[in-house]
Design a protein around this ligand. Structure first.
Ligand code: BEZ
Ligand code: FE
Length: 278
């Protein structure tokens, strides 16, 4: 039978009839059905379709060991957060999840109270909290990994010949508590020197993410948690370019003094509620 606008979708779906892997078949049926719908609705010209192909080609060519432009594309289109939301539905008071982002890498072990800001000057900040279960029982020896950008909006790995900075891994104490010293996080733009930057520009969107500190928390018997703490009052909280803000993750920065030396510093408290593996 002729392949035309009316027969196209069925023709391709029929070609999948011998796929034995049910999940693969389901996914391919869905992708082809929806993509065909998009093409029928949009009716791209040949030039527009080639433009789309070139955009995807450029996105792939921008990827290397340190840069994943396809994840960035998924981030700015809200797909990363949609996948995250589907896979991390919470039923109680567990800490909500958010995107991992492209700047996670192995971080040095730090001790309680250590300063993770080595080569940056910024407003000092003490971050503290407790790791607990949904009934507020402390979780000891949870691994807490944190990473953040500096006051210049850059992560260490974005700097030429970088040295490790603004990241660390610590272990919660018997009462579940943790604390570390750092500098106040700042809002920053996601990388815009590639195809995704051009997309944001043509969609008339800004590239900024509100100030945050990333957390990855692991404890035996509990689901791994990937999240951020955001700073109350940040001007980009309502328009995070990767749609990753959740109200429950926003905390107020309090002003105080560092007990170690009396210097002025900010305090940020972020308790972490872990979800039991069932
Ligand atoms: C980040 O928070 O580091 C990030 C997340 C998604 C895209 C770009 C950056
Ligand atoms: Fe980040």
């Amino acid at each position: 039978m002729d392949f035309n606008e009316k027969t196209a979708t069925k023709a391709v779906l029929d070609s999948f009839s011998s796929i034995k892997n049910d999940r693969l078949k389901f996914v391919m049926n869905s992708i082809v059905t929806h993509l065909h719908e998009v093409i029928k609705e949009v009716e791209p010209t040949d030039e527009e379709w080639l433009q789309a192909i070139m955009f995807l080609t450029n996105t792939g060519q921008k990827c290397d060991d340190r840069r994943q432009e396809f994840i960035l594309l998924s981030d700015v289109l809200g797909i990363s957060m949609l996948v995250d939301s589907i896979n991390n539905r919470k039923s109680k008071n567990e800490t909500e999840t958010t995107v991992l982002g492209p700047f996670h890498t192995t971080s040095p072990k730090v001790n309680m109270g250590d300063n993770i800001a080595n080569n940056v000057n910024g407003e000092k900040c003490i971050v503290s909290g407790k790791v607990v279960d949904i009934n507020n029982n402390p979780i000891a020896k949870a691994t807490i990994e944190v990473w953040q950008s500096g006051p210049d909006g850059l992560y260490d790995v974005q700097k030429e010949g970088h040295t490790v900075d603004l990241r660390g891994t610590m272990s919660s104490l018997e009462n579940g508590s943790y604390f570390f010293r750092t500098v106040k996080p700042q809002y920053y733009p996601i990388p815009i020197d590639g195809p995704v930057g051009k997309v944001l520009n043509s969609l008339e969107r800004h590239p900024f993410r509100p100030a945050h500190i990333h957390f990855m928390v692991k404890a035996e018997g509990y689901e791994n948690l990937v999240t951020h703490v955001f700073i109350e009052g940040d001007k980009y909280l309502e328009s995070d370019t990767v749609f990753a803000v959740k109200k429950s993750l926003i905390r107020k920065l309090e002003q105080g003094n560092d007990p170690e030396n009396g210097e002025k510093c900010f305090y940020l408290n972020f308790d972490i509620v872990m979800e039991k593996i069932i």
